[in-house]
Write a new protein. Sequence first.
Length: 350
Amino acid sequence: MTNDLKTNASEDTIETDALIIGAGPCGLFAVFELGLLDIKAHVVDILDRPGGQCAELYPEKPIYDVPALPIVTGQELTDRLMEQIKPFGPVFHFSERIDGLERQPDGRFKLTSDAGTVFLAKVVIIAAGGGSFTPKRPPLDGIEGYEGTSVFYSVRKIESMRGRDVVIVGGGDSALDWTLNLQPVANSLTLIHRRDDFRAAPHSVEKMRVLVRDGAIRLLIGQITHLGGSSGELSSVTVKTAEGEQQIACNALLPFFGLTMKLGPVANWGINLHENLIPVDTERFETSERGIFAVGDINAYPGKLKLILSGFHEAALMAQAAHRIVFPDKKVLFQYTTSSSSLQKKLGVK
């Protein structure tokens, strides 16, 4: 990177070769393909963990059409991809959404997240699956007034919950994971689910039940019917159970009611769209804007198949095209990982 480019960024700006939006399988494999070409990447995802739709919606659902893996779960595939990209040291920014994108005079892109993180990237890869995940809002009167101060749909910093009286609602992995992670720092923690049957990983459910048995947390089977508080500060929730209604004192509510997918801020970036998808060419998988690429389910082209293996192919060709922008004075040297000693050195296998 030249000194001229550096002068365009402030001290608080994160400069990188590539910014990948989306940490699903295609976004993770894009890290690998870019890494083989010495392109450093930061990855942003609105979820609090890697894996995207695979890990969030069906972590234990078997997938049968990933090459060389007769059967693999969404979580297993995510874990394998994370292991594969370790040599390239990608930097992840979870629980963040890229809201703003502006092309700079030097050709790079300035991107800003909803958490205030600012990036300066030579290329942008949109690997957002069906779009950005948006948490489902519980059907509770007045909940909007508490959002951001007492009601949270994700936890960016565990310390923000220290000493608080926390109520978590849900029965999936997110609800159980945060129950286990926040119990040591919360003043009190209550888990509420509509039935005494959980969709989370069995070991997480087992740990939760041990905490309940030991009196470290409280488990209620029922549904929240009312929020109590004022001026954005929650003071209690009313829970309807089989035994009747009861009031639980709390000043932090974390509802995990699942996610919906929307195109989100991408729609405002000046990229050509077609039916909420991003048209790309099939040579570079570049959008209508030079330097902005799209891989995976979010893109569209003739004959497109929404398969993970298709996204992997797209990521490989995208990386070749990205190299021409990131390193305009270098020729792309195509090599095979099976025979290239330089690639094997990057991968740490030789």
